[in-house]
Design a protein around this ligand. Structure first.
Ligand code: AMP
Ligand code: MG
Length: 335
């Protein structure tokens, strides 16, 4: 049966229309820059590449041009790039931004990056310019993630996955997709190159044994022993696939997987998630019919600052498997 001919109207409205254009520009930049291996190591030992800075600059610049009053809370800031030691890297970042914005100067680029220094208050947007930087560097999945948060709730989301091919009804197998969601209006996807929007719906799988799971590639972003206890408890037959970034959420929203357990690592039980790592993906799954909570079943509270300070871990499911997953989580809880 051909997919129903529905079209989301909110994608044509400001600022979602500008967000889509900004993320498409960022995605094009990522594809160009992927070969540039230059990167820095941040204070928390995570890598930051030319693409992280350059994408933040072009996306923030475009958003502010369209919506000057916007408050943006973004992952990167320009401090490390202003170091003399980072001169070559800054040169690369400016070079990449110039491919989008001819004539951009270093001071312009640093200023655009710092547009992301907004405060997480009652109404703001949050940006992860390259979510899954490790995946980006190793040729895996990565995403550009942008979400609008109002009173602690994600109300609009836009996610570009330049390396993801998502064969859902009405969408070709072409790699590179853009997904959007608005609270109460559904979640949608289309090829990055453009075309019709296709509505996303989570799977109807309700048998944990046959379910398909996703987990981080990074072992340090989960608790492998805990995860194994849960899988054994639920008698899940297939090992979860490993995937970097919020692309995982889009795969669940598109019914190509049924759940994601984001467990806190034993090396850092106090780890709290960054809001820009979860916000866009969480709304996509919820608007596709799934459920997203913390590991105790509480809703994610995006009103607690730059991290999800009031939530431990994240459980994402198609909806139908959620209660069974929460019960297994509780039974397998590390003590
Ligand atoms: P993923 O690709 O799903 O593993 O998530 C990547 C994100 O995990 C990065 O953007 C980091 O901000 C975040 N991260 C870093 N350290 C940890 C950790 N110890 N536990 C969970 N997430 C982390
Ligand atoms: Mg990230």
């Amino acid at each position: 049966m051909p997919p129903a001919l529905e079209e989301p109207t909110f994608v044509k409205l400001s600022p979602v229309a500008e967000a889509i254009a900004a993320l498409a520009e960022g995605a094009a930049l990522c594809r160009r820059v992927r070969a540039d291996a230059r990167f820095q190591t941040k204070g928390d030992a995570s890598p930051v590449t030319v693409a992280d800075f350059a994408v933040q600059a072009v996306v923030a610049r475009r958003l502010y041009a369209a919506v000057p009053e916007l408050a943006l809370v973004a992952e990167e800031d320009s401090r490390s790039l202003r170091n003399e030691a980072a001169r070559d890297m800054l040169g690369d970042v400016v070079g990449q931004v110039r491919a989008s914005v001819p004539g951009a100067r270093a001071e312009d680029v640093l200023g655009w990056i710092d547009l992301g220094r907004g405060q997480p208050a009652s109404d703001f947007w949050t940006l992860d310019p390259v979510d899954g930087t490790k995946g980006f560097r190793r040729g895996g999945q990565y995403a550009i993630a942008l979400a609008h948060i109002r009173n602690g709730d994600v109300v609009q989301a836009c996610l570009a996955c330049p390396a993801l091919s998502l064969p859902v009804a009405g969408l070709s197998d072409a790699a590179g997709v853009m997904a959007i969601a608005a609270r109460g209006s559904g979640a949608w996807v289309r090829p990055l190159a453009g075309g019709a929007w296709v509505r996303l719906r989570t799977s109807e799988m309700d048998d944990p044994r046959l379910s398909r799971g996703l987990r981080s590639v990074e072992g340090a972003h989960t608790d492998e022993a805990w995860l194994n206890r849960i899988l054994t408890d639920l008698r899940v037959e297939r090992a979860p696939d490993r995937m970097d970034s919020q692309a995982k959420y889009l795969v669940v929203a598109a019914a190509k997987a049924d759940w994601i357990f984001r467990l806190v690592p034993p090396s850092d039980r106090n780890h709290r998630e960054w809001i820009w790592d979860q916000a866009a993906g969480a709304l996509l799954v919820e608007e596709a019919g799934g459920r997203v909570t913390d590991l105790e079943g509480a809703p994610l509270d995006f009103g607690a600052g730059r991290r999800l300070e009031r939530n431990i871990g994240v459980l994402t499911t198609n909806g139908r498997l959620h209660d069974a997953a929460l019960a297994a989580l509780r039974r397998a809880w590390p003590r």
